[in-house]
Ligand binder design. Sequence first.
Ligand code: F3S
Length: 572
Amino acid sequence: MEIILAEAAGFCFGVQRAIKTAHETADKTNPPIYTLGPLIHNPQVVAELYEKGIEVCDQPEDIDAGVVIVRCHGVPPKVLTGLHERGMKVVDATCPFVRRAMRWASQLTDEGYQVVIVGDESHPEVKAIYGASGETAWIVETPQAIDELPAAKRIGIIAQTTQSTANYQQCVGKFIGRSEEVKAFDTICTATEQRQFSARELAAQVDVMVVIGGHNSANTKRLAEVCQESGARTHHIETAEELELWWLSGADKVGVTAGASTPNWLIQGVIQRMTEFTDDKLRPEENETVDNTDEVVQEAGVPEGEETKPVEQSETPAGEAADVGDAEEDQEEPQEQEEREEQMADYGEMLPTLTPGTIIEGKVVQISGDEVLVDIGYKSEGRVPFNELGLKPDQKPEDLLSVGDDVNVWVLKVDEAEGSVLLSKRRADAKDAWEKLESIYEQGETLEAAVTQTVKGGLLVDVGVRGFIPASHISRNFVDNLDKYIGQTLKLKIIELDRQKNNVVFSHKEVLEAEYQEAKERILSTLEENTIVDGVVRRLTDFGAFVDIGSGVEGLLHVSEMAHSRVNRPSD
Ligand code: F3S
């Protein structure tokens, strides 16, 4: 029996981020620490967190002290406001995909659209998005449910991040032609899409699919549905102990996939248990009696007595848009269909294409434990780790940025599979700084910069990148104490610039020299013989004194011209 693990399975970046945030919070903070509802939909991970002192609390009003971690599904904004008003310390571990969906809900509501959320109204994420819409959104789970809705001229559609793409597209398609204006945001997270795609591909090649993940995990349940739709005998389990030997009976190939909240050790545990099964331990006769149609629904943890929604079967290939169940009444003319497809295609264009190495504009939406989240108009918010902010020594992220600030960021990495985007402010700033420096250099202009530290042979300045002033270029005179320049802002001229080598060298002396020559010319042009000027003695020599008569321009007062009487030494 061959066991094949789906290419994309297990923890997504949103879950990894939430767990990391929770662990860091536990390491840094004394209990009590709570999560509002389970941090993620996996009881084993929640149990691990409990061991670290992180408890699950379902009602925010039950918490009156300690730290509250917002789960990766997010919470309605008013819950967050309530916690802040009560002085609670809040650590927000909301997945960047969910936050983005919440902000779109809020924005569409503000713009006067009737927001529609395609998702499960009992799911915490949908509740959070609903809250972000000011509790005005309509929630639908299937295209059929749209028939029950009243008419609205302007519709804004948002998907629960774990929705199946096909279902979401069918819902969007249903609104087109029904409302005058439809604005749809495909907020299905890339990790979900990727896992569903891998599961579907694998399920088509194997006899049995085992889907691992929390019974209340929406994305795991969806994976199980996808596998079952592909025709594989599908079983949704939470742990290796739930695996039944006879499921694998007669199977040559068994596929394994796991929801985005399933840790790797659980996946490996299930695979290990499978490898312990041999054909003679299996009971083939029982396999023939298995009714797989109900199995997934039953195993997916739908509470007893609750109405279950069986998976719709469709002729349409998975992933393609089609109105399941309304096929006849929704038969379209080719032209109408073309127009609709065109409109559908337009939605994809709302998202920018992100290319590593380019700079884009964004807005700061959150400053968390070790990163800044930036809204870049993408499906998920981009993440700038603190070490990519370009912080100066002793500078905190809050000293540099605030929520709501516009910021230019460099795209470091786009993880297509996970949909996560890694950004750098430091590199965007550096690129901008180099371009400005190159222009200043070409034009022969000067700039001002603060001295940050002394190094061997000179000073360092901060000009967006680090620049160097050699000791011989600090002043027109010899400088023996470099320390006095720290913190001073100096006017500088670029004397060397090499972007490839990350090297820029400045001279303050050349600026002083130029200023001196200019002042000298100006003063000399105004001086007349036999007139009197005031001056300050700057230096003494054996033959006289050098007198500053303005702007550092010095004239020689010869010893013979110092007094009517004889002067032996100018210092007298
Ligand atoms: Fe976020 Fe998608 Fe995972 S919404 S928590 S990245 S499944």
